[in-house]
Ligand binder design. Structure first.
Ligand SMILES: C[S@@+](CC[C@H](N)C(=O)[O-])C[C@H]1O[C@@H](n2cnc3c(N)ncnc32)[C@H](O)[C@@H]1O
Length: 293
């Protein structure tokens, strides 16, 4: 199990979709072959496919990878609900699913794999799109360097979205916000299974690594902006932040507990707005003529 529940992924999916930068996807589209072969790392329940496939259009194949079998098991149901809601047809095929929509056709296969251990064995067909949403802040520097090299070797295009970048702003301000942010960001850099995590440094590191591999790289902000309509997600975030902060500084549990009480009251009464900083990144290999658009 990964600790990322289907409930949490469902809660964040609409906010993720509203926050992601569409301009980067448009830049990428011109650099993709036909059919578009997509590898979605740490797919969860395939939110990245639900967001991207209608934007990419045309004919696509998706390889969805995660190490959490329970999340992968939820994918057929999630894709079935989604297909029905948008008027697409979903069929079983031998080893996966086929989605026929008005704007695209897509074959979907999924695989349970621990990417922390098995990255080198990941099959990336030449010119594929390697993508991940909300993954890079979990990984370590050496793992990300290995991913960049793996993508370079396959002339892959890349799209990494919703990487947490270390910024949290809550309004109204509170005297203990700085303490909480410091502790949360310290926790973000602890090992999430890939070695010490890059946490808030991940997006900047990804830019450096892919540029070093000969990529053209573009980034854009994809911050969550949460108001009273997002109370459930705000509450879940507070729960996660306070647990992380207390884990980092158990001796501050009293002060942190009072901060959480104040914040929970503000959320309950619809008086709090949150901004959680994220970065989207797109890249393509400058050394590959086909990807120059
Ligand atoms: C924040 S969730 C994002 C899920 C999905 N991309 C989305 O946007 O909804 C992080 C995902 O990384 C997966 N993950 C964490 N460690 C992993 C590993 N070592 N190998 C494969 N997947 C992993 C988790 O199971 C989880 O689905």
């Amino acid at each position: 199990m990964s600790g990322f529940s289907d409930t949490w992924l469902r809660l964040r999916e609409p906010v993720d979709a509203a926050s992601r930068d569409r301009g980067l996807v448009a830049s990428l589209q011109r650099r993709l072959g036909q059919p578009i072969h997509v590898i979605d790392l740490a797919t969860g329940t395939a939110a990245n496919l639900r967001y991207l496939s209608p934007l990419l259009g045309r004919s696509q194949t998706w390889q969805l990878i995660d190490h959490d079998q329970a999340l992968l098991d939820a994918i057929p149901m999630r894709l079935s609900e989604w297909s029905r809601a948008r008027g697409s047809m979903l069929h079983d095929i031998d080893d996966g699913l086929r989605i026929e929509g008005p704007d695209f056709g897509c074959e979907v296969r999924y695989q349970c794999r621990d990417l922390a251990r098995d990255l080198a064995a990941l099959d990336v067909p030449r010119g594929s799109l390697v993508t991940a949403a909300a993954l890079l802040d979990l990984v370590s520097g050496p793992w990300l360097a290995a991913l960049a090299e793996h993508c370079r070797a396959a002339c892959a295009r890349v799209l990494f979205t919703l990487t947490y970048n270390g910024e949290i702003r809550v309004d109204p301000p509170d005297p203990e916000d700085a303490l909480v942010l410091t502790l949360v960001n310290r926790h973000q850099s602890t090992d999430k299974g890939f070695g010490p995590a890059l946490g808030p440094a991940a997006a900047a590191r990804a830019v450096e690594l892919f540029e070093h591999c000969g990529y053209h790289v573009e980034t854009a902000q994809s911050d969550w902006r949460l108001g009273p309509q997002d109370r459930q997600l705000q509450r879940a975030l507070l729960e996660g932040w306070i647990a992380a902060a207390i884990e980092m500084a158990p001796e501050q549990a009293g002060v942190l507990g009072h901060w959480a009480e104040r914040r929970n009251e503000q959320v309950a009464s619809g008086r709090a707005t949150f901004v959680v900083g994220h970065t989207d990144l797109v890249g393509w290999p400058l050394f590959d003529a086909q990807s120059r658009g």
